[in-house]
Design a protein around this ligand. Structure first.
Ligand code: RI2
Length: 314
């Protein structure tokens, strides 16, 4: 893969041709691997440049940051040794992505009772792994899927579910509270989990969590451990990506000078989350810190670091 192809790969993430936190992380690892294979000249410098380009595509999904970080921790004395180690690390990360999704399905399915109605938002491969596993296990389930404006990822979800012959009802995002009394579980994915157990996910998730809380419906998150944000341990907040106004309004409206805001994600505080299903177990959001420490080798934060934690995530 040459530099042009690398830029094309990055554009696919920006344009959401490749989307979903797990898929973009996997794709970034694959891209770094392919780029390293044919790289000549300054290995470290060129790889760092490539990593930077991929990192700047979508700012919220911490999976992308963790994937790139994992792959870029290669070592070796010569360019060939470094390349070999980078390829090994990238393959290792890709295996992690695939295995984690399956494991989340297996762990999550134990939480789903027979004859239940599940509401999901956007298109999360991790959340769908649980839903598909429940169906495979012979549980009688049906799904309500939000359309997920403005990019309508809900359409991908309903197609995927119908392929498995799982009964599914598509609803507009604003109908969530209207239907909440018929729902047994909410299961959503994650773009990031902060150190204090808050969820960053598709815009609208926090409203769904509020409605679930009102109706006492369990709110579950399906998130691989590489979606936990090590940077939040040092007090950094997760950047919320704002996408273009054209995704929301036609040119005709924009030409009138209408102001449009289009945040792609929002934050659900941990008090609205009952459970986070990861590949290492189903955990309460309060355990996010331990996951980050365990998976990313962090030491206990100092008193000073603790005071840096963003209060609005509590
Ligand atoms: P998986 C998506 O973001 C959604 O917010 C979804 O919940 C999340 O990624 C996780 O998806 P976008 O790329 O990794 O559609 O579970 O903006 O597939």
């Amino acid at each position: 893969m040459d530099f042009m192809k690398l830029k094309e790969a990055a554009k696919k993430i920006v344009d959401m041709e490749v989307r979903g936190a797990a898929k973009i992380a996997r794709f970034a690892a694959e891209t770094l691997l392919e780029y390293a294979k044919s790289l000549e000249g300054d290995f470290d410098g060129e790889m760092r440049k490539a990593a930077e380009i991929l990192l700047n595509t979508r700012p919220t999904a911490v999976s992308l940051y963790n994937a790139i970080n994992y792959v870029m921790q290669y070592s070796g004395n010569t360019a060939d040794e470094k390349r070999e180690d980078l390829i090994r690390r990238a393959e290792e990360f890709i295996r992690w992505v695939d295995a984690a999704k399956k494991e989340i399905g297996k762990i999550g399915v134990r939480r789903i009772k027979d004859s239940s109605t599940i509401l999901t938002h956007c298109n999360s491969s991790a959340a769908l792994s649980i839903i598909k596993e429940a169906h495979k296990a012979g549980k009688d389930i049906e799904v309500f899927a939000t359309e997920s404006r403005p990019r309508l990822q809900g359409h991908i979800t309903v197609k995927e579910l119908r392929k498995e012959e799982i009964p599914v009802t598509l609803i507009v995002d604003s109908a969530v509270r209207y239907f909440m009394r018929d729902i047994d579980y909410v299961i959503v994915g994650a773009d990031a989990i902060t150190v204090n157990g808050a969820l960053v996910n598709k815009i609208g998730t926090s409203q769904i969590a509020l409605a679930a809380n009102e109706f006492r419906v369990p709110f579950m998150v399906a998130a691989e451990t590489y979606k936990f944000s090590p940077k939040t341990l040092a007090g950094e907040t997760v950047v919320i990506e704002e996408r273009s106004p054209e995704e929301v309004a036609p040119k005709e409206l924009l030409s009138l000078g209408v102001e449009v805001r289009n945040p792609a994600f929002d934050i659900t505080p941990r008090r609205y989350i009952d459970l986070i299903v990861t590949e290492i177990g189903a955990i309460p959001p309060e355990m996010a810190y331990l996951v980050i420490k365990e998976r990313f080798g962090f030491e206990l934060p100092t008193e000073e670091e603790l005071t840096l934690m963003p209060e609005h995530y509590d």
